[in-house]
Design a protein around this ligand. Structure first.
Ligand code: ATP
Length: 645
């Protein structure tokens, strides 16, 4: 049953106790907020519920606010720190067994039935017996324990994790066990997007300010909207609550941008591009604007940070620290800038490089490079860095400057190193033939196509945004194949004949951000060689789960029920002939057809996307957009295809 806000308020510490150092947010108050959020799909309601919760935390236990936010987004630190909460089902089940005295087999059967160990843990609580009632859990206590669990490694790590989880479970009341288990499993699944958390945070600060209480309704709405925009923008430049929350508490929303800026050492989510289908589409979009065409290099995105103290860090498009993978790049960074350059953040692509022939090698070569424990001397696959943007320069963010200025700064202050560091190749023209020739040259040079970017107007760097000011033109689009999709592998069928002993086909899914679920999109058995099949089997057989998660959206049709289910852990790049409406797959269901999804025709495996996490997979909205924009006969396109499994 949904708890009322009054019930929740009773659980929060009262204002009179707010000065006490023991004034901690009860975990129950957070869980009640989760229950209310889970009970609605309306974003406005969710925002309202969370705003009220944050308002109380800000007034009563401000020092717990950061931890409350992390628990809401199910993280235990900024993303770039790479600390993961993803405790395996077997450890969680053992902990539930130990905490409740239940039989493991019965527990497993319940999990298969419900598809959610969290719910099963909550229901199992009633069966537990304790000698003394433990103290109620608090937010800092749960957060610290989750953090400790995420850091446990080495021998007997499993036992230590189980012990800590068991202790928390024993202290759980009402629905707390459900959320603890879900947090540990790495998926809270209450329909709470991070953007809503940011919005609620901004609103809570505005509404707690006594000045705004006197405002007219219209003025207050404006104030709420502008505060939300500020907090969201600041977060794109400095994506860490560890700095944003203390600054908000100390300086308020309006002064936040003065205190929280892009900072070398803290990676930001990169700007992304929109796909286009032809050069004429590009010219239409950028009519009357100056724009630049750049080679689209096919390697790995690398954000290179140089701090004032001279240290250098490299991050992936997913904010993963790549410094251990690229010691050779780190070693050459001191030589890429002029002497009076003290600090910077560069947006680049690292590409495999043939030193003898002095040319770019295809992506497949880069993907064979070792990812860990690499020393500069033992590097076998050489890389060349192509820089295409500058985000921070000599103590100041430059993301707000137009690309033309950022590029000028790059050219004036950085130095190319033959085969090691180059400016991305670019040209300015609005003549379609010239651009076509440039595109052909890019493809001959082992590039994927072109990136076309506005130079002066609407030309700032927009972190974490898929912007229409950057357009990508890939060779495949031009040959009518369309963009590839990045899909999560969630199931497998055992292979027969030559494929015996591996999985012969796989079930793939896109990710629906709004519903926080993986939606099946196709069954795929093409594009593999023997080596890749063996590799997938080895990796995925370690990630099998007993039953599909309750956040996998798959129909009951036996054709899409695989022999084995996988945890959503790996993303694959997939190409297909086209997309069609499907009676059995659930991708983008409701976005194009009311009760039908979209599936891929003739999908084929291209590569593993190590640089994308499962929730970075192609979204349901993107699938719908791709379906709608494909240049096909509408009759054919809208027809359901029963054969599309
Ligand atoms: P997306 O990032 O759009 O979700 P994706 O990761 O598959 O998809 P692509 O469609 O290949 O990326 O296009 C964008 C990527 O191209 C960038 O993330 C970057 O790694 C790469 N890239 C290569 N050259 C450039 C360039 N000149 N400017 C910007 N990005 C470039």
């Amino acid at each position: 049953m949904t708890q009322t806000p009054t019930a929740m308020a009773q659980r929060m510490p009262t204002a009179t106790t707010s000065r006490s150092p023991r004034n901690r947010v009860p975990y129950a108050a957070l869980c009640e907020t989760f229950v209310q959020i889970e009970a609605t799909t309306k974003r406005l309601e969710i925002t309202d519920i969370l705003t009220k919760f944050f308002q109380r935390v800000i007034s009563l236990s401000p020092s717990n606010l950061t931890q409350c936010i992390y628990l809401c987004i199910n993280r235990i630190g900024p993303e770039y720190e790479g600390r993961e909460l993803h405790v395996g089902d077997s450890i969680l089940m053992k902990a539930v067994v130990e905490a409740t005295g239940r039989n493991l087999q019965a527990l497993k059967a319940d999990v298969v039935e419900h598809g959610d160990l969290g719910t099963v843990a909550e229901q199992s609580r009633g069966k537990q017996r304790t000698l003394a009632t433990p103290q109620p859990l608090t937010v800092p206590q749960v957060f610290d324990t989750l953090k400790t669990i995420s850091e446990i490694t080495g021998t007997s790590s499993q036992k230590r994790k189980i012990d800590l989880i068991r202790k928390m479970l024993v202290a759980c009341r009402e629905n707390e066990a459900k959320y603890i288990i879900r947090s540990l499993a790495g998926t809270l699944r209450i329909g709470l997007a991070e953007q809503t958390v940011l919005q609620s945070l901004a609103r809570a600060f505005v509404l707690n300010d006594s000045e705004t209480r006197k405002m007219s309704k219209d003025k207050l709405e404006n104030e709420l909207a502008s505060a939300t925009a500020i907090v969201k923008q600041v977060y794109t430049e400095l994506p860490t609550y560890d700095q944003i929350v203390p600054a908000l508490l100390e300086h308020g929303v309006h002064h936040l941008p003065e205190h929280c800026k892009l900072t070398p050492g803290i990676p930001l989510k990169p700007m992304l591009a929109h796909p286009t289908k032809s050069l004429t589409e590009v010219l239409d979009r950028f009519e009357n604007m100056t724009f630049s065409c750049e080679y689209k290099y096919d390697g790995e995105r690398a954000q290179i940070h140089r701090l004032e103290d001279g240290s250098v860090m490299i991050f992936s498009r997913n904010s993963e620290n790549l410094s251990v993978k690229y010691p050779d790049i780190i070693a050459r960074v001191p030589a890429i800038s002029k002497p009076d350059v003290t600090s910077f953040v560069l947006d680049c692509e690292a590409v495999a490089w043939d030193r003898e022939k002095k040319c770019i090698l295809p992506f497949q070569v880069l993907s064979t490079r070792k990812k860990k424990d690499v020393t500069a001397e033992e590097v076998k696959i050489q890389v060349c860095v192509f820089v295409f943007d500058l985000l921070y320069f000599n103590g100041k963010p430059v993301t707000g400057e137009p690309l033309k200025t950022r590029r000028q700064l790059l050219e004036e202050n950085f130095i190319e190193i033959e085969g090691g560091f180059h400016f991305s190749k670019s040209m300015e023209s609005s003549n379609v033939e010239e651009i076509q020739t440039f595109l052909n040259e890019a493809i001959v040079g082992n590039c994927e196509g072109l990136m076309v970017k506005t130079l002066e107007k609407e030309a700032s760097y927009e972190p974490s945004k898929r912007s229409r000011n950057w357009l990508k033109v890939k060779k495949d689009y031009l040959s009518g194949l369309g963009d590839s999709l990045d899909l999560v592998v969630i199931g497998g069928w055992y292979g027969r004949g030559k494929r015996t002993g591996t999985y012969g086909a796989y079930l793939l899914a896109c990710y629906d951000e709004d519903r926080e679920e993986y939606q099946s999109i196709c069954k795929m058995g093409t594009g593999f060689d023997d080596e890749s099949l063996a590799g997938h089997y080895k990796f995925l057989s370690e990630h099998t789960i007993e039953a599909p998660k309750n956040y996998y959206n798959i129909s009951d049709n036996p054709n899409v029920r695989p022999d084995v289910w996988f945890d959503a852990v790996q993303v694959w790049e997939v190409k297909c002939a086209d997309l069609s409406i499907s009676p059995v797959h659930r991708a983008a269901m409701g976005l194009v057809a009311e009760d039908k999804g979209i599936s891929l025709r003739f999908p084929r495996f291209i590569r593993i996307r190590d640089d994308k996490g499962p929730s970075d997979a192609t979204s349901a909205a993107q699938v719908a957009e791709m379906y709608q924009s494909q240049n096909i006969n509408p009759v054919h396109g809208n027809k359901s295809r029963d054969d599309d499994f």
